[in-house]
Design a protein around this ligand. Structure first.
Ligand SMILES: Nc1ncnc2c1ncn2[C@@H]1O[C@H](COP(=O)(O)OP(=O)(O)OP(=O)(O)O)[C@@H](O)[C@H]1O
Ligand SMILES: [Mg+2]
Length: 463
């Protein structure tokens, strides 16, 4: 306890002496101040663990010392002492942030007890802060949900390549989570304290994109009235995320290739070459292979970007993630929208499992949000499900096959139909596998194998 420092602030010398003597005897390092001003100055010189503050002092009073402490000294704990206790003072001091409030005359044993408790409290608070920080650091994966074999594979690759400087090309349909992958990569790398600079190459007009990326010198073109730093320079030491990279013009593709090969570029209108230390991540929902074949994307650039490809499968190909995502979004939106939604009915989950999610996770997120806002109940039921999803519900009648103009993948469709039949049979059999197997006219072992292969999980299905 000898390394615990206490400051006693009281305008009465007798009180100061009494406290100082007692607390020193208890093994603390004790200092004393006779008014608020001196006390505040002393706290600027060194760190005190506990500050005992008399409320009534001339000029700078105890409340002012307490306020200073709360604003500037997060590691110190303030305990108020006063001879003129009123409830009002007590409430005010506690509101400002005093740890406790003692009325004079006070027994020394009581002071000691409060100090010990205060120190314990502070240690706990420290621990909590450390935990919170740890959680915050974990964030990157925490909000990135998925437990399907496909997503687990994605997570493993992210873990492996995050802390390298390798260029990563993130592929996937719109709304599959490409940006989340980019964030996870950056925040799991040692560049995490440096900027992550996203550039949406598809959203910026071509002539602006060049100066946006590389910057320009004053006078480089008509509207260049000031020198401007580009995103590559902004990202120095960190990561740049080139989203919708397929939209880059051939001219910019060449410049990007040079950065990838030589880590250098020039601002527009400049002669000076700038070297940059930037990790490049790129994403696209286009079929780059095809664009390369059509000569719309440079092949050499494609291979440079594709050092590590990460492909996120569409949601319809990893349906076991749907229940997890539903719960995640349900929790998030009910918290954000301050609406207590207890859960989701079984048939809603079934409808979700049967829907194709062309907009992938983003569509699911939006639909949950809409349902939470619009629902009048405390859980989501079929009444809340948008028409297009409700309509897709698996019927036990033979399906009428519809083949769209662009065709289908027969094996995927059969696989999906098999899955729906198994789920329906299991539900009808109340998840007794023997009975479900009978309904499907197959033996139990085959059914168990198929359940495993399809990743069908009763707990998750029940939502
Ligand atoms: N696995 C996931 N877990 C939690 N949230 C996810 C997941 N995947 C996507 N999301 C959420 O879905 C939304 C869309 O994700 P994101 O923006 O990363 O997709 P994208 O692939 O970049 O889409 P686009 O091609 O349209 O830019 C975001 O709100 C994101 O947080
Ligand atoms: Mg995106």
């Amino acid at each position: 306890m000898s390394d615990t420092k206490i400051l006693v602030v009281d305008d009465e010398s007798k009180v100061r002496e009494h406290f100082t003597e007692f607390l020193k005897h208890e093994g603390f390092e004790v200092h004393a101040a006779e008014n608020g001003e001196i006390a505040i100055n002393m706290t600027r010189q060194g760190l005190y663990d506990v500050i005992l503050i008399d409320l009534n002092m001339p000029k700078v009073d105890g409340m002012a010392v307490l306020r200073h402490l709360v604003d500037h000294l997060q590691e110190s704990i303030g305990i108020i002492l006063t001879g003129h206790a009123t409830i009002k003072n007590a409430v005010e001091a506690m509101k400002i942030g005093a740890y406790d409030y003692l009325t004079k005359p006070v027994k020394m044993e009581e002071v000691l007890m409060v100090i010990k408790r205060a120190l314990e409290f502070r240690d706990l608070r420290r621990e909590n802060l450390a935990l919170k920080k740890q959680l915050k650091n974990k964030y990157k994966f925490e909000n990135f949900i998925g437990d399907s074999p496909q997503m687990n594979k994605v997570f493993r690759v992210i873990e492996k390549v995050a802390d390298t400087d390798s260029t990563v090309l993130i592929l996937g349909e719109s709304g599959t989570g490409k940006e989340l992958v980019a964030r996870a990569l950056h925040y799991h790398s040692s560049r995490r304290d440096k900027p992550l600079v996203p550039v949406n190459c598809g959203a910026i007009p071509e002539d602006l994109l060049e100066s946006e990326l590389f910057g320009h010198e004053k006078g480089a073109f008509t509207h260049a009235i000031k020198t401007r730093i580009g995103r590559f320079e902004l990202a120095d030491g960190g990561t740049i995320f080139l989203d919708e990279v397929a939209e880059m013009s051939p001219h910019l593709q060449v410049k990007l290739l040079r950065i990838l090969q030589e880590q250098e570029f020039e601002r527009l209108g400049a002669t000076k070459t700038i070297r940059c230390d930037v990790r490049i991540l790129a994403a696209t929902n286009k079929d780059l292979d095809k664009l390369v074949q059509e000569s719309a994307f440079r092949e050499d650039l494609y291979y440079r970007l594709k050092v590590i490809p990460i492909e996120i499968p569409p949601l319809r190909d990893r349906r076991t993630d749907i229940p997890l995502l539903v719960h995640h979004f349900l929790e998030n939106t009910s918290r954000n929208k301050k609406k207590k939604i207890k859960g989701i009915s079984k048939d809603v989950m079934r409808a979700f499992m049967g829907y194709d999610w062309p907009g992938n996770v983003r569509e699911l997120e939006n639909i949950i949000e809409r349902m939470v806002i619009l629902t009048e109940g405390t859980s989501l039921t079929m009444d809340d499900v948008p028409e297009k999803i409700a309509r897709k519900q698996v019927s036990e009648q033979p399906i009428k096959a519809v083949i769209p103009d662009e065709g289908i993948s027969l094996s995927n469709a059969i696989n999906e139909y098999e899955r729906q039949l198994i789920i329906t049979a299991l539900e009808k059999a109340e998840w007794v596998k023997n009975r479900a197997a009978k309904l499907l006219n197959m033996n139990r072992t085959t059914l168990v194998e198929k359940i495993k292969k399809q990743g069908i999980d009763r707990v998750r299905m029940a939502g």
